[in-house]
Design a protein around this ligand. Structure first.
Ligand code: C2E
Ligand code: CA
Ligand code: CA
Length: 858
């Protein structure tokens, strides 16, 4: 019997221990529960704090990056010789606004609500919401501007932009300001005399929403400081009274809300189970022991899962990894599959370096340096996901200890692919031209810096500065969409013409740069330029138009012009200037004497600008006679410049320059008015001839200009003759026809000048409303050389007559020429042989002498 164990007595024997155990367990369980709940709240609070910290961090980052981008952007405008020249004195509004160098697109494309050029005293140029306005910047911007200008001008490094926050039209905005400087090698400019460019970037709700989105911020907005809760994370915008705030995600709150109900349920079940367990625990000691074992196990499991849970909670959207001492992956959380597309089974047991790659430091090396205290280091890694796409993650890690020894690491990987992409996007925008997508001035500068860093050991570079001919007229007459289409096509052709190692950049307007890497043999460059010019000459189709442009190229070669990027650009620019003045559609290598020529040209341009202001011009008059020399039929007005130091300059010295700048418009205006006013003083009904420049047709409303002068001087239109070369028709055939018909309607006469020097003149003659032609003096000069040349002149005379036109021969220098023209029955003659161009007084005398006859006849 003794051997029979009474179960009850066993229970009785074990009861005190079991009870104690059960009581202890109960207390422990309760305590554990309390600790777990406290830990949960603690985690939730930490998460919320982290969220606040991150939100604030990204809000600051977003603002900072916007400011940096704006600073970079403004620098590409302010550190630019062309801008300096057009903006520093009187602002050249035509250049800045009409030619879009600093006009509407700064608003429509770049989002600047305000663009201002100011100096210490005044606002010189203002574009508000894309419109050129006559206003004071201070009436839009509430920050005092004078201290800003003084601060900028007082900086040791004048090229550094400065930003400030302000209210613009009452709404917070970032003002980026920078001094406008030349980026060429000229003597230092006087800081106090410089102008300042302001870019105003209003922080509108739409812009902020977009900005926030790229930083993962929901609802990035502005709030008045007075409306802000004291603990609300916000980035203040200084004195504007506003701060940037973003919606808080409060992941801790979310966690509590999502965990507490199931946890409550689980606790209830646990409580029921415990009660159940209590009942049965008292029955058998074995059960108790077994339960005890199980309890131990489940407590352990709880501990482990709590630790994992903590890790999960710390980074809810990340995946978690663990590796052992040999860097073999031992654990990957469920998110791994969602984010990477791999199943964890594919990677468990593999070396972590197979999965993740860091380009700055080997992961193992980085892990080795981690200690418990500074376990928060992050490493940016990349990997290819299941679909082969490159992704980026920020890896954090902490060691796993067994006793004191590190037996592995555990950590999280947060996916930052979008963040990296957004950053790259910002980076891209600041380095590329928005219209064509080509690298911009900034990118070019970086590229050259890198390529030339090794000086004479770097590969030879050739820098081509490409400028389009005839782009502005297209932009002006067909509008900006047409201009944009041309620029896009040009960009494509440039890309197509270059190799992978070359760079094509757009500097703005119609200026492009091509850098040929590793090429500097003249034969190769010549071949390249010829091909490029040919490609750019092919017509560009836009809507129903077939547009013709050309290009001129200036070339600088690193092996000859040196390894300083700015210097190369400057040299290429000078060479371009030369190419243009050599008649466009050509290329030109930099040569050191060009420096002086350019200096001279620049000087001349400045002088000419002054001359137009000071009216330093005079007209000379050259009569045109009937072929028998018996009568003056008309007088041609020819302009001269009374240069303050160089004396009397002929039109060939300055008309081409005036045509390249806008000076041709006021100059021609003066000529026309002066000619009409002078002609009014002559006796009789003598006709006056005035030359028109093709450039005028593109840059001003010729018909309106002529009408105005006729009305204001009360000069009869029937006494005015306009001389136009056929170049006028080359650019815009239909437009020119319209203008000439309109001119005819005013009642003036039209003469085609320099007939025979252009091409397809005959076609033009038939279509256009000319009254006469002037045979170019080259034909007259060569007439006596060969019978063939004389035959050409005869043919032109006959042709003109057949079309009912008055035919004039110009450049008649000899009696023999006059004789031939007489027998060929040319109508009228003009030339040194009859009279040189003479000034106003001399011509008045000629008329008064009553001998308007041939020198020889007198
Ligand atoms: P153009 O219209 O063909 O003017 C005739 C030029 O031939 C004038 O030169 C005149 O002085 C020159 N000439 C006249 N008779 C003879 C001659 O027998 N032999 C030679 N070798 N030359 C002769 P100029 O005054 O130097 O003017 C040159 C060009 O400048 C003009 O060529 C015209 O295209 C342009 N020009 C002159 N005045 C004006 C103006 O007010 N406005 C514009 N847009 N162009 C002007
Ligand atoms: Ca003429
Ligand atoms: Ca002529």
């Amino acid at each position: 019997m003794d051997s029979v164990v009474d179960p009850l007595s066993t229970v009785a024997r074990h009861t005190p221990i079991t009870r104690r155990l059960v009581a202890a367990f109960g207390a422990m369980f309760l305590l554990g529960l309390l600790v777990a709940v406290a830990a949960l709240f603690n985690i939730a609070q930490k998460l919320d704090e982290e969220d606040v910290r991150k939100t604030l961090f990204y809000t600051e980052r977003a603002l900072e990056n916007r400011i940096t981008a704006s600073k970079n952007y403004i620098a590409s405008y302010t550190y630019w010789t062309t801008a300096y020249e057009h903006l520093n004195g009187e602002v050249d509004v035509q250049w800045a606004y009409a030619e879009q160098n600093m006009g509407k697109t700064l608003f429509t494309k770049d989002g600047y609500e305000g663009v201002f050029v100011i100096d210490r005293e005044r606002t010189k140029y203002a574009v508000v919401l894309g419109q050129n306005v006559q206003g004071d910047a201070a009436s839009y911007i509430d920050t005092p501007l004078q201290p800003l200008v003084e601060k900028l001008q007082g900086q040791a490094d004048l090229t550094r932009p400065v930003i400030s926050y302000t209210l613009f039209n009452g709404w917070p905005a970032i003002v980026t300001a920078s001094v406008i400087l030349p980026n060429d090698e000229r003597p230092r400019v006087d800081a106090k005399g410089t102008s300042v460019l302001l870019f105003v970037d209003q922080l509108t709700p739409t812009k902020l929403r977009k900005l926030g989105k790229s930083y993962g911020l929901t609802d990035l907005t502005l709030k008045r400081d007075t409306e802000l809760a004291p603990d609300r994370p916000a980035v203040p915008l200084d004195s504007t009274g506003y701060s940037l705030v973003s919606h808080l995600q409060q992941p801790g709150h979310q966690l509590l809300w999502s965990l507490l109900p199931p946890l409550g349920g689980a606790l209830l079940i646990l409580a029921l189970l415990t009660a159940y367990f209590f009942r049965y625990a008292l029955r058998t000691a074995r059960h108790v022991d077994a339960s005890y074992d199980r309890l131990q196990l489940s407590t352990l499991a709880l501990e482990a899962s709590e630790e994992r849970f903590r890790a999960v909670a710390e980074a809810a959207s990340d995946w978690i990894w663990e590796i052992d001492g040999e860097q073999r992956i031992t654990y990957l959380s469920g998110r791994f599959n969602t984010v990477t597309g791999f199943s964890d089974q594919q990677w468990l047991g593999q070396d972590i370096e197979q999965l993740l790659y860091c380009d700055t430091t080997p992961i193992v090396h980085w892990l080795g340096k981690l200690t418990e205290e500074q376990s928060t280091g992050n490493l940016r890694c990349s990997y290819r996901d299941y679909s082969g796409q490159l992704r980026f993650c920020r890896v954090s890690a902490r060691p796993i200890y067994d006793k004191a020894a590190v037996v592995g690491y555990r950590g999280t990987a947060s996916d930052i692919t979008d963040e990296v992409a957004a950053h790259a996007q910002v980076q891209h925008l600041s380095l590329h031209d928005a219209l064509t997508g080509l690298p911009n001035r900034n990118k070019l500068a970086r590229y050259l810096d890198d390529a030339l860093v090794a000086k004479e050991h770097s590969a030879p570079l050739t820098l081509l500065m490409v400028d389009l001919d005839n782009f502005k007229p297209i932009n002006d007459s067909l509008g900006h969409p047409a201009g944009d289409a041309v620029l896009l096509e040009v960009a494509q052709r440039l890309r197509d013409s270059t190799r992978e190692q070359d760079l094509v950049a757009r500097l703005g307007g119609d200026e492009f740069v091509v850098v040929l890497n590793g090429m500097d043999s003249t034969t190769e460059i010549d071949r390249f330029c010829a091909r490029l010019i040919d490609s750019l000459q092919q017509p560009i189709h836009y809507e129903t138009h077939s547009l013709h442009i050309g290009a001129s190229i200036g070339i600088a070669v690193s092996r000859r012009q040196g390894y300083i990027p700015g210097e190369l650009i400057r040299c290429a620019d000078i060479a371009l200037y030369q190419a243009k003045s050599e008649g466009k559609k050509t290329w030109c290598y930099f040569a050191s004497q060009m420096n002086d020529q350019i200096q001279h040209r620049r000087q001349l341009e400045n002088d000419l600008r002054q001359a137009v202001k000071n009216r330093e011009f005079v007209l000379h008059f050259q009569p045109r006679y009937t072929v028998d020399g018996s009568e003056i039929v008309a007088v041609e007005a020819l302009v001269r410049w009374q240069h303050p130091t160089q004396g009397l300059l002929g039109p060939d010295a300055f008309i081409p320059l005036a045509e390249q700048t806008d000076l041709i418009v006021p100059l021609s205006h003066w000529v026309l008015r002066e000619a009409c006013e002078t002609a009014l003083t002559w006796p009789g009904e003598l006709m006056v001839s005035v030359n028109l420049s093709p450039a005028q047709f593109q840059r001003s409303d010729v018909v309106e200009d002529v009408r105005k002068v006729l009305i204001e001087t009360r000069f009869p239109a029937s006494r005015l003759e306009l001389e136009i070369t056929e170049n006028v028709m080359l650019n815009d055939v239909d437009g020119a026809l319209q203008v000439m018909n309109d001119l005819k309607e005013l009642g003036v006469r039209l003469n085609m000048d320099d007939f025979g020097t252009g091409y397809s003149s005959l076609g033009y003659l038939r279509t256009y409303p000319f009254d006469g032609i002037k045979i170019d003096k080259r034909f007259i000069a060569s007439m006596s050389n060969s019978s063939n040349d004389r035959a050409v002149v005869q043919a032109i005379i006959n042709l003109g007559k057949a079309m009912g036109l008055t035919v004039t021969a110009e450049g008649v220098e000899t009696q023999a020429q006059l004789g031939s023209l007489g027998s060929d029955e040319c109508h009228e003659v003009q030339g040194y042989f009859l009279s040189r161009p003479i000034d106003k007084q001399a011509f008045a005398q000629l008329l008064n002498s009553g001998r308007p006859l041939l020198k020889t006849a007198s």
